[in-house]
Design a protein around this ligand. Structure first.
Ligand code: TTP
Ligand code: MG
Length: 348
């Protein structure tokens, strides 16, 4: 039985900006976007959220909801530095840290001895250290696996934490909305709703065979996650085998030009993730495509550095395999395993 903590900073970029401009405290503040109506917000503080403003919202829409919104430019270098400090705090407790982005990470504290091994108290201590050292707040989820820990960190946000002890897992997932499952977007949630399924408890009525038949490999994940089962380990940078980003379209796409456009957007995200979350050597690039009928394919090729054009070629190849509307697109890289890397160095 593992003890996993998921930590997620509260309105990360916005908290940092408000901390550094105390006169903004208590006012609705957003980061990103430009007032020229074409930008998109990165995030906003909770004062702005009270007006309905959200991450990734077009700026003009945000101003319509909240005319007094204060928007500030993005200062990535500063957020990166703060993120490094937060990671330093995590590593005081365990080296099993898997950063998901600048403001979010999984920690496996199963073998920690601090606080008599209480993951609840460890999470509390980490959050307190973040407040003491950085003067911004974080929320945490504590659970026996990654899936539940991530759901739990959202439960008492902002500046709170929520524990799902092993004995409560069954009851917790029973009432959990299916849309909380990673990979169940608006479209799938709606399909489930049409057949009377809105909670994981209701999803449990579908057999493993039914789910696999309808969703393929993802069906098996649904079977397990709806029961609160998730065997994924916390992967540190060292043993990360691949890194990818993906997007599920709100409607299935049958226009290849839109897919190519989406690849360009994903590329920017992948570049960012690579910059901050891995120092491993790239071995391959791949494109993953999930079609409207939930079948999927992935196309890859050897490549030693990130090349934009390769993803577009791989996309064409993958699309032509099935020629069906596309539901999800992902791009990523695989890394050399550590051993292989060492071997290469010996060979040269
Ligand atoms: P999140 O953790 O999703 O959001 P948040 O920390 O701002 O707010 P919450 O309290 O709900 O956790 O993302 C972390 C940072 O990533 C966020 O501060 C800004 C950035 N980001 C974007 O740039 N674009 C986006 O669409 C999202 C969702 C986040
Ligand atoms: Mg956050």
């Amino acid at each position: 039985m593992r003890k996993i903590i998921h930590i997620d900073m509260d309105c990360f970029y916005a908290s940092i900006e408000v901390r550094d401009n105390p006169e903004l405290k208590g006012k609705p503040v957003a980061v990103g976007g430009t007032r020229d109506q074409r930008g998109v917000l990165c995030t906003c503080n909770y004062e702005a959220r009270a007006y309905g403003v959200r991450s990734a919202m077009p700026t003009f829409q945000a101003f319509r909801l909240c005319p007094d919104l204060i928007t500030l430019p993005v200062n990535m270098e500063k957020y990166r530095q703060e993120s490094q400090k937060i990671r330093g705090i995590f590593h005081k407790y365990t080296h099993l840290v898997e950063p998901l982005s600048l403001d979010e990470a999984f920690l496996d504290v199963s073998d920690c001895t601090e606080y008599k091994g209480s993951a609840t108290l460890i999470a509390k201590a980490i959050r307190q250290e973040i407040v003491d050292q950085l003067n911004i707040t974080a929320s945490a989820g504590i659970a026996p696996n990654k899936f539940l820990a991530k759901v739990a960190s959202d439960w008492n946000k902002p500046n709170g934490q929520f524990v799902i002890p092993p004995e409560d897992v069954a009851a917790f997932v029973y009432q959990l909305p299916v849309k909380k499952i990673f990979g169940v977007g608006k479209v799938t949630a709606k399909k489930f709703e049409q057949i009377g399924i809105s909670t994981c408890g209701e999803l449990q009525d579908l057999s493993r065979e039914q789910l696999i038949k309808q969703f393929g490999k993802f069906g098996l994940r649904l079977y397990e996650l709806s029961r609160g089962i998730d065997h994924r380990e916390v992967e540190t940078k060292r043993d990360r085998k691949s890194l990818s980003v993906e997007t599920t379209f709100s409607e299935d796409i049958d226009n290849i030009a839109i897919c190519h456009k989406s690849i360009s957007q994903l590329f920017t995200r992948l570049e960012q993730r690579l910059q901050y979350s891995s120092k491993n050597k790239i071995h391959k690039q791949f494109v993953k495509i999930k079609f409207a009928d939930f079948t999927h394919t992935s196309v890859e090729c050897i490549s030693h550095d990130l090349q934009f054009d390769i993803f577009h070629e791989l996309l064409d190849e993958g699309i032509h395999r099935q020629n069906k509307p596309v539901r999800l697109l992902g791009i990523g890289v695989r890394f050399y395993p550590d051993v292989m890397e060492q071997q290469l160095e010996i060979d040269v």
